[in-house]
Every structure is written in structure tokens, then in C-alpha cells.
Design a protein around this ligand. Structure first.
Ligand code: DAT
Length: 172
């Protein structure tokens, strides 16, 4: 099985991009599983605590990594795409390629406000994007050769992201 990660601060477009990529791969006759990691953690109640101030779920990364490892063993499709803003929860050896989406602060701010994020959560995520936290963690975890950053501000960017993904997909 081939495993790809679509990473980025919340609001940068991971779900949108995963839908595009999985539709394209399925249209090409491939079997694809998409794992939205944060939704899955909530659904399976794998978090340790809920923090109401930041409206976020506190997790034990090691525990999640083990759960993801078990999930991977059960996937029957030939391609798994993991969507996540916490790349440290993903077992590194298994991953073929990581796309990190990034958005301009004005764009991301508007998206997160539209989502109804309250101040603490908004500030935390804006800071995460400004400091390139996800990119840094991804490079640290998977190594620079497996990681590529892509801007995700406008609809036109989506086409380019899909193209970049398919180039990497066809390389491996
Ligand atoms: P994420 O899954 O990273 O939280 P999302 O896919 O839900 O982000 O996207 C957040 C919002 O932004 C959603 O309304 C779709 C829109 N969006 C995402 N990527 C975009 C892009 N490249 N151009 C324009 N809008 C985009």
C-alpha cells in the first residue's frame, strides 16, 4: 500500500484537496481510503481530554501513532491518504510523500472566522501558520525529500496542488 499525507494548519484546504485527489485517483480506477485524522480521533474517542478554552482535543501522540499503525494494517485499498495537522501522530516509516498546504494569513483568517472559531482557537491556529509549525514538524518527522509545501489560497491553486500530487504519485 502507498501512503500519502496531506498536512497543514486547519483551514488551509486539506479536506478540499483530499476530496480532489481521491476523486481523481478513483476516476483512474484506483482504490483509495481517506483518513481524516482529527475526525477519526474524535469518532473513536482516542483523545485524553477536551480543552474548552482552545476548543481542542488533547492527545497522546504515541497512543495515536499506535492506533494509526493498527488502522493501516486493516486498510484493504492500495492507496491511503491521511489528512492531518498533527503529523507527529503518523508512523513515519510507512509514508511515501507529504504535501503541506499553506495559506496567506489574510486568507486563512477569513476562512477560520467563517468557521466560527473563537479568539483563542483563531489566534492559536494563525500563530501555527505564521510560524510554519506543520511544515517544520513534517520536515523533521519525514525528512526534506518526502515533504513539499504548496500554497492554497485560491481556486486555481487547487489545480496546481493536484498536479504536484500526481507528479509525486507517478514518481514512486
Ligand atoms: P482544512 O481541511 O485544512 O481544515 P478545508 O478543506 O475545510 O480546510 O477548507 C477550508 C475552507 O477553505 C473551505 O470553505 C474550502 C476553502 N478552500 C480550501 N482550499 C481552498 C483554495 N485553494 N482556494 C479557495 N478556497 C479554498
Amino acid at each position: 500500500m502507498r501512503i500519502f499525507v496531506i498536512a497543514g494548519t486547519p483551514g488551509t484546504g486539506k479536506t478540499t484537496v483530499c476530496e480532489q485527489i481521491s476523486s481523481k485517483l478513483r476516476a483512474d480506477g484506483k482504490s483509495v481510503t481517506v483518513l481524516n485524522l482529527s475526525e477519526w480521533i474524535k469518532e473513536k474517542k482516542l483523545f485524553d481530554e477536551y480543552d474548552p478554552h482552545f476548543d481542542t482535543y488533547l492527545i497522546d501522540e504515541k497512543k495515536i501513532r499506535r492506533a494509526v499503525e493498527s488502522f493501516i494494517k486493516e486498510v484493504s485499498s492500495s492507496i491511503l491518504i491521511i489528512e492531518s495537522h498533527t503529523v507527529d501522530c503518523i508512523p513515519k516509516a510507512a509514508v511515501d510523500f507529504v504535501l503541506v498546504l499553506s495559506s496567506r494569513t489574510d486568507v486563512l483568517y477569513d476562512r477560520l472566522v467563517a468557521r466560527g472559531y473563537q479568539k483563542a482557537k483563531l489566534d492559536e491556529n494563525m500563530e501555527c501558520e505564521i510560524m510554519s509549525v506543520v511544515l517544520e514538524e513534517a520536515v523533521h518527522r519525514f525528512g526534506p525529500k518526502k515533504v513539499r509545501q504548496c500554497p492554497s489560497n485560491e481556486m486555481d491553486d487547487l489545480e496546481e496542488i493536484l498536479e504536484i500530487f500526481m507528479q509525486e504519485f507517478n514518481k514512486i
